[in-house]
Structures are given as structure tokens and as C-alpha cells.
Design a protein around this ligand. Structure first.
Ligand SMILES: Cc1cc2nc3c(=O)[nH]c(=O)nc-3n(C[C@H](O)[C@H](O)[C@H](O)COP(=O)(O)OP(=O)(O)OC[C@H]3O[C@@H](n4cnc5c(N)ncnc54)[C@H](O)[C@@H]3O)c2cc1C
Length: 468
């Protein structure tokens, strides 16, 4: 292996082949600190040619590589296994904004660019890059593309896949595919771009991308509605879409249990209603016209919802500070959960129309199997994406409850499948959900996926053990 490392040092320079435990430590443990792998080395290329040369060296020496961006992924996709035989290929030095084309409304970037920097560069040109998630200060666009990340603006703008027009990829053979086309229409055979997006680094290393930019909205306005049930939330979604069309940019469901958790852990945050309600929806409207237009639309829609008994109460933010306060309630749910203790997390997707039935059916199944367990159920209802987390019953320790993880997963995922859903909405499969994927995907789908993997990466060096 000395030959291999010497070859890597010749490509990127001694200082960018990290091989001591201390230098490698931060690259080997996952975001939630559940798993620490071992690596032969961490390689830090600074150009696409260097990435290609390193991948060729890996192929020559049969060394498996794990592409890594910000290491914020939640499914153990970006960390190596425990063999000590894999290398981590960090894209963090590949971080230039290559070009902005305000007329084509596109931006071409290196894969290691931090998402927040891309948002800021778009804003500097008077444009919007709408991908937004809580990890935006440290995740990279390469990681966002490799996981097809979702985030808070999917309802209006789509997942990362919808925000990308072209890719540059280093193949498992170390060739460079330049697909950096800024085309909105391009029907010239198989869509390779879509193959690499969401592949979690198992088919190639994304080194660059052409991203779509949008006009900045003139105003956005936030409201919180209180409702009796998830079924009412679905009625509200349809009503809001009828009244507001594409202006509806956020629609987040939160149960009373979630907001009680937040109030308990963060008492300084706002308490918008005097009385408690079973469910809440955080709404956001963006307008390309004016604030007055957004407020007018929202007030009309909320008035209709109250009149038809779809909602019980509502508050509309009248300042940026109030709007931030309402969003903080939503954003503090994961933090409040973490402070309150451990739970078993599920990032699931369902047809929007079936979410209320899923919630009504799954709670009793869980309660029958684990009496008294608590549900932390919230999420991007407008996208059909729920974070459906199961916390221990009172009096049972986190550790004792987590021993039931596989059984809890089975109850939740069986129910998800029976409602036509998916076991991973936006976080991906990685190593964490690999066995679940094998359990739930049809043999036909799995065989097609395996055939694609074998065709593109016959040596099996590209992030092995992830997804498949
Ligand atoms: C607080 C917090 C909030 C989050 N919120 C959301 C959310 O709302 N929506 C959501 O979808 N996700 C969310 N995530 C998950 C995570 O941030 C995203 O999956 C993100 O897109 C990962 O980017 P990254 O650069 O950190 O990738 P990494 O974690 O480094 O890698 C993720 C996967 O992509 C692969 N990969 C990384 N870079 C490349 C590349 N250049 N080429 C090929 N493969 C590559 C890795 O091998 C790995 O399989 C959140 C995470 C945290 C910690």
C-alpha cells in the first residue's frame, strides 16, 4: 500500500494525504456520532484532474473510496467501513463558483462548494438558489446532489434533482464526463445526470454542477394555523393551493406533542396560541409581486379556512422577527427531541392524500406493540414527507427502548409500504438502511440497480456497502 499512498502524494502533495489517526478523525465519524470507521488515508484533491488521477490510482490498486462532502449525511453514507482498507476522498478543496449566467439563470460550481456560499453568490446576482436545509452552513452541493436532498422549499421548487441542469463526474475508471450543460431541454438518450443524482457516491464522484437560479421573491409571509387533526391539515393544503397556487412555498405539519417538547426545552420561544390544539401547520407564502399581495392572498385563504371549519385558529406574522419566531418553533423540534432523549427516527414518504390515514393507522399498531410509546411526528406535509420518530414510554430508558429498533422499524415501514410510501424520503439509504432497502424493494428493481452498479463500477471500488 505504500506504493499507492506514494502515488496519491505525488498527485495531491504530501500535505493533502492525511494518514495519522488525529488528522483523519473528523472524517471518520458520522454526523450523529453513531459510527466511527477506519481509513487508510483521507485524500484532499484540489482539482478535477487530481480527482481523476486519484480514482485511477484507486482502480489500479483496487482501493475502495468513499466520496465525502460536508459529512452531514444522516445514513452513514459518507464514512468508511471498519476495515481500514478504504480511503475517504474529501471534495472540500474543490470549492470555486466557476460561472454565473444571469440570462440563462444558471450557476456552475465545484462540487465541494458549501450550500450557503452558493445561496449567497446567487443573492449577490439578485437571484435565488432555493435549496435550503438546516445543515446549509456545512453541507456541500456535491453531497446535496449525491443524496438528492430535499429541505424546506421542495413544495415550490422541487428536490435538488429539479435544481440541477448538468453534472461533471469522474467515473470509477478515472475518466472525466463533462455533462455541464445548461440546457432545460436535452433529449439525447439515457439521462446520465439523473443516474448520478441520488446515487450516494456509488457510481462516480460528482466534481461540478450547473444549478438553476430563480428570481428572488419580493416578499414572503409566514403563518401558523391550529387544527383538530392531520385530515384537517390535508384539507387546508388543498384549500391553500387552490387560493395561492405556486405562491405556497412551505407547509409543515407539527403535532401538539412536538410543540410541547419545544416549549419544555426552549421556553424562550414564542407561544402563539393561548390554548393547546392537537395539530399545527406552519405556512409560508412567497410572492413575486409585493408584500401586500402575499398578505392579501394569505388573509383570504385563512379566512376561507376558518369559515369552513378547516382550522380552529391562526396567527399571521406581521414582522420578520415574528416570522423567524414561528419558523424557530419548527426548526427547534429536532433539537428539543435530542435534548429530551433518544428516539427511533424514520424519514418517510407517502402519497400526500394518504398521510392522515397513515398517521391514524400506525399509531395504534405501535401502541399495541410498545404500549405508551410517544410519537414525535412532524414534517414537510406538502411534499408527503414525515419525520416519524418513536420515543420510549415514560419510565423506560432510552437504551432499553433502542434495543427494539428493528421491531419498531418493521411496524413503521410495513405500514408505510401498505400506504404506497417509501422508507427514505430525503436522507437516502447509505449503510444505515441498506438491509431495509433489500427487504422492501422488489427483486426487479434491485436487479436493475445491481446491473447499473456492475456496469459502471465493475471493480466495486466506488463507495461499496452503501445502498446495495
Ligand atoms: C441539521 C441537519 C439538517 C438536515 N436537513 C436535511 C433536510 O432538510 N433535507 C435533506 O434532504 N437532508 C438533510 N440533512 C442531511 C444532509 O445534510 C444532506 O443529506 C446533505 O445533502 C449532505 O451533504 P454533505 O455535503 O454533507 O454530504 P456527505 O454527508 O459528505 O455525503 C452524503 C453522501 O453523498 C456522497 N457524496 C458526497 N459528496 C459527493 C460527491 N461530490 N460525489 C459523489 N458522492 C458524494 C457520500 O459518499 C455520501 O454517500 C440534514 C442534516 C443535518 C445534520
Amino acid at each position: 500500500m505504500m506504493d499507492f499512498l506514494a502515488q496519491c502524494r505525488a498527485i495531491v502533495g504530501d500535505g493533502h494525504v492525511l494518514a495519522t489517526p488525529a488528522d483523519m478523525a473528523s472524517f471518520l465519524t458520522d454526523q450523529r456520532k453513531r459510527f466511527t470507521g477506519k481509513a487508510l488515508a483521507v485524500l484532499r484533491p484540489a482539482s478535477v484532474d487530481q480527482v481523476a488521477a486519484l480514482v485511477r490510482a484507486c482502480a489500479e490498486h483496487r482501493v475502495a473510496l468513499v466520496p465525502q462532502g460536508g459529512n452531514t449525511g444522516l445514513v452513514l453514507g459518507s464514512v468508511p467501513d471498519t476495515s481500514g482498507a478504504q480511503v475517504v476522498l474529501s471534495l472540500s478543496r474543490l470549492n470555486s463558483i466557476r460561472q454565473v449566467d444571469p440570462v440563462n439563470r444558471t450557476m456552475t460550481v465545484d462540487a465541494g462548494c458549501i450550500l450557503q456560499r452558493i445561496q449567497e453568490a446567487a443573492a449577490a446576482e439578485g437571484c435565488l438558489f432555493p435549496l435550503s436545509l438546516a445543515a446549509e452552513g456545512s453541507c456541500t452541493i456535491g453531497g446535496n446532489l449525491a443524496t438528492n436532498a430535499g429541505g424546506t422549499a421542495v413544495l415550490r421548487y422541487g428536490n435538488t434533482r429539479e435544481l440541477c441542469l448538468g453534472l461533471e463526474v469522474v467515473t470509477p475508471q478515472g475518466e472525466i464526463w463533462n455533462g455541464l450543460r445548461g440546457l432545460r431541454k436535452d433529449n439525447t438518450g439515457y439521462d446520465l445526470r439523473d443516474l448520478f443524482i441520488g446515487a450516494e457516491g456509488t457510481l462516480g464522484v460528482i466534481t461540478g454542477a450547473v444549478l438553476k437560479l430563480y428570481p428572488q421573491p419580493k416578499a414572503s409571509i409566514t403563518a401558523l394555523a391550529a387544527l383538530p387533526s392531520p385530515a384537517h391539515a390535508l384539507r387546508l393544503l388543498v384549500l391553500m393551493q387552490d387560493y395561492c397556487g405556486a405562491s405556497l412555498s412551505g407547509f409543515e405539519l407539527m403535532s401538539r406533542y412536538c410543540l410541547d417538547l419545544v416549549a419544555g426545552q426552549f421556553p424562550q420561544l414564542p407561544k402563539p396560541f393561548a390554548a393547546a390544539h392537537p395539530q399545527y401547520v406552519l405556512l409560508e407564502l412567497s410572492s413575486s409581486e409585493s408584500e401586500q399581495h402575499a398578505v392579501g392572498l394569505l388573509e383570504q385563504a385563512i379566512g376561507a379556512a376558518l369559515e369552513r371549519n378547516v382550522i380552529s385558529d391562526a396567527v399571521v406574522a406581521s414582522s420578520v422577527a415574528q416570522s423567524t419566531g414561528l419558523w424557530q418553533l419548527r426548526e427547534h423540534i429536532p433539537l428539543a427531541q435530542a435534548r429530551a432523549g433518544k428516539n427511533i427516527k424514520h424519514d418517510i414518504s407517502l402519497p400526500v392524500s394518504r398521510i392522515a390515514d397513515f398517521i391514524a393507522a400506525t399509531g395504534p399498531h405501535l401502541d399495541a406493540a410498545f404500549p405508551g410509546c410517544q410519537l414525535v411526528c412532524f414534517g414537510h406535509l406538502g411534499d408527503g414527507n414525515l419525520h416519524y420518530n418513536v420515543a420510549p414510554p415514560a419510565g423506560i430508558s432510552d437504551e432499553a427502548f433502542l434495543l427494539n429498533q428493528d421491531k419498531v422499524n418493521r411496524v413503521v415501514y410495513d405500514s408505510v409500504m401498505s400506504f404506497g410510501g417509501s422508507i427514505s424520503a430525503e436522507h437516502g439509504i447509505g449503510a444505515l438502511k441498506r438491509e431495509e432497502l433489500a427487504h422492501y424493494k422488489s427483486p426487479v428493481e434491485l436487479n436493475i440497480m445491481r446491473a447499473i452498479k456492475a456496469a459502471l463500477d465493475p471493480l466495486g471500488i466506488m463507495n461499496p456497502g452503501k445502498i446495495l
